[in-house]
Design a protein around this ligand. Structure first.
Ligand code: HSE
Length: 310
C-alpha cells in the first residue's frame, strides 16, 4: 500500500492536579494526515486545511513535519520521501492539545509509510520533538503521550519519556468546552510562578495521588475529591473570562470535577455518565454565553485507542 490516513485525537491534560503529568484523549476532534510516498527525500507538507492559514507549510516549522523528520533521522532514513496533507479538525490554541495531535499524527504517519518499524511508545520522543517547537521549547508529555497511546497516561518522567497507562473505571465521560478565546501555551506557561509554597505542594501531591488511586479503584468520590488544582488554576483562570461561573455550572450539574484543559482556554468536566456530561456541556456553554463568549462543546468517553492508522 502506498498511502495512509492517520488520525490523532484531541486531549485533555493536567486534569486539575497533575500539571504536565497526566492526560487523556477524547473522540471526535483531532488531526488527520493523508500521507503518501514521494520520490523527493524528506517530508513535504503539500496542504493544510482547517487551520485558517495559522500553521506553517515549511516542514522544519511544522510540528507534524518536525516529528516525522525526527523519526526519519533516528532510523537513518533521510533518503525516504513523503508528502503530508494535514487536515486540522480541531481548534488551535485551545488547550485541547492541537500541536500534540499534529506532532503525533506526523510521527505515526511516517512510521506507517515505513512499514511500522517503531512501536507507539518508541515514537514518543519524536512526537515530543515536534510538539516542543510549538510550546516554547519545554518538554511535557501530558498531551503527546495520551494522544499517541490512548487512555489515561501518567508521565513518571517527562525527560526520560517514562510514561504509564493507568487503569480507569469504565463509563467516565468528558464534557469539553472551547470558548472562542485564544491562549498560547507559551504565554500561559510564562505567567506561572516558579515557586510553590510547601503547603500547596503537599495539597496538590495529595490530590494527584488521590486521583490515581481513585481511577484504579473506580472510586468516583475519591476522584471527585481529588480533581482540584490549588497551584495552576488560581494563576491561569484569570486568562479565561467567566471561568469561575463555568466551573460552578459544571459542578452544579454533578460533574466529578471541572478545571482548565491544558493551558486553556478550554474547560473540561469529568463526569460519571453521558447524561451528566451532556448537561454539564450545556450549562458550561450557557455560562460562557452569559459573558458574551461563544463556544464549542464536545462530549466524549475516554478514547482508549489514541492515534489510529486507517
Ligand atoms: N501541561 C501543559 C500546560 C499543557 O498546562 O502548560 C499544554 O501543552
Amino acid at each position: 500500500m502506498n498511502g495512509y490516513k492517520v488520525f490523532a485525537p484531541a486531549t485533555v491534560s493536567n486534569l486539575a492536579c497533575g500539571f504536565d503529568l497526566i492526560g487523556f484523549p477524547i473522540h471526535g476532534p483531532g488531526d488527520e494526515i493523508i500521507a503518501n510516498r514521494s520520490d523527493t527525500p524528506g517530508v513535504q507538507i503539500i496542504s493544510i486545511t482547517g487551520a485558517k492559514g495559522k500553521l506553517p507549510l515549511e516542514t522544519e516549522k511544522n510540528t507534524a513535519g518536525v516529528a516525522a523528520m525526527a523519526v526519519l533521522k533516528h532510523l537513518g532514513r533521510e533518503d525516504f520521501g513523503a508528502t503530508f496533507e494535514i487536515r486540522k479538525k480541531m481548534p488551535i490554541g485551545s488547550g485541547m492539545g492541537s500541536s500534540a495531535a499534529s506532532a503525533v499524527a506526523g510521527a505515526v504517519a511516517i512510521n506507517a509509510l515505513l512499514g511500522n518499524p517503531l512501536t507507539k511508545r518508541e515514537l514518543l520522543p519524536f512526537a515530543s520533538a515536534g510538539e516542543q517547537i510549538a510550546s516554547g521549547g519545554s518538554i511535557h508529555l501530558d498531551n503527546v503521550a495520551p494522544c499517541l497511546m490512548g487512555g489515561f497516561v501518567f508521565n513518571c518522567n517527562n525527560d526520560t519519556f517514562d510514561v504509564v497507562r493507568l487503569l480507569a473505571p469504565k463509563g467516565l465521560h468528558c464534557a469539553l468546552v472551547f470558548p472562542h478565546l485564544t491562549i498560547l501555551t507559551a504565554e500561559a506557561r510564562s505567567i506561572l510562578s516558579p515557586n510553590v509554597p510547601l503547603k500547596k505542594h503537599v495539597e496538590q501531591s495529595a490530590n494527584l495521588g488521590g486521583l490515581i488511586v481513585g481511577l484504579y479503584r473506580g472510586d468516583l468520590d475519591l476522584i471527585s475529591r481529588s480533581l482540584k488544582d490549588v497551584i495552576i488554576e488560581p494563576q491561569r483562570s484569570k486568562l479565561i473570562t467567566g471561568f469561575d461561573e463555568v466551573q460552578s455550572a459544571a459542578l452544579a450539574q454533578g460533574a466529578l470535577g471541572c478545571s482548565i484543559s491544558g493551558a486553556g482556554p478550554s474547560v473540561f468536566a469529568l463526569c460519571q455518565s453521558s447524561i451528566i456530561a451532556e448537561a454539564c456541556a450545556q450549562a458550561m456553554q450557557q455560562a460562557f454565553e452569559k459573558k458574551g463568549i461563544n463556544s464549542n462543546a464536545y462530549v466524549s468517553t475516554i478514547n482508549m485507542e489514541g492515534a489510529k492508522v486507517y
